[in-house]
Design a protein around this ligand. Structure first.
Ligand code: COA
Length: 190
């Protein structure tokens, strides 16, 4: 089964497994209504965050029964967000693909940290896991997330109108994606 060698390092960040002690940092964003507006679930209590951290601390290996890798994004000494990969195609057939997702604490917005962390986990998906395509789904109203996809070089592939029942309402859905060959072309010096 594919593994991602952890931690992943970028210029400013470390992407690693969650661990006990991360609860306060994670509460700082997972408890905020505005932060979870576009992601599944309601704002979490401190107790729920503790459960989430404990659950994620035991995750790691990507396999059919556990195809999701969620990593803590750490600025030295502080978790500022999390990024995830959800792999398809781990059950034996070719054509692996991965959905990518992200959530960050609002007080670090606008400094490129989400872009830097997303780039690192996507790089690992292509180079270490060997996926063919990475994709993201989002509400087009979530313009910060759409801009993030575009900064990463993802193409907007599809728009579905009022196609997703999410948080008690029908919402539009956009799909962004990038293939391994496109990612490699962007990464290689021109
Ligand atoms: C989506 C989300 C992660 C985007 O956060 P963000 O702060 O806009 O993204 P980044 O950290 O990459 O910062 C990018 C911004 O910083 C600027 N920036 C500054 N320095 C930068 C650098 N070194 N590199 C890249 N961008 C930089 C960019 O220009 C950009 O600003 P702009 O959006 O005004 O053009 C954040 O809004 C979030 O967590 N939302 C809640 C959860 C959510 O909705 N998740 C997605 C569900 S689909």
């Amino acid at each position: 089964m594919p593994r991602v060698r952890l931690p992943l390092h970028t210029d400013r960040l470390v992407l690693r497994s969650f661990r006990p002690g991360d609860e306060d940092d994670v509460s700082a964003y997972r408890s905020v209504e505005e932060v979870v507006r576009y992601i599944p679930g309601e704002p979490r209590t401190r107790e729920q965050v503790a459960d989430l951290v404990a659950e994620r601390a035991t995750a790691g290996r990507l396999e059919p029964a556990s195809p999701i890798l969620t990593l803590a994004v750490e600025l030295p000494g502080r978790v500022i967000g999390d990024v995830l990969l959800h792999l398809d195609g781990l059950d034996g057939h070719d054509g692996r693909q991965a959905e990518v997702g992200w959530v960050f604490t609002p007080d670090v917005a606008g400094q490129g940290y989400a872009t830097e962390a997303a780039r690192a986990i996507i790089q690992a998906a292509f180079e270490q896991v060997g996926v063919h395509r990475v994709w993201a789904q989002l509400e087009p109203d979530n313009t910060a997330s759409a801009r993030l996809c575009e900064r990463l070089g993802m193409r907007r592939e599809a728009f579905f109108e009022k196609a997703s029942w999410f948080k008690e309402r029908w919402t539009d859905l956009a799909i962004y994606a990038i293939r391994a060959d496109e990612w490699a072309a962007r990464s290689s010096p021109s």
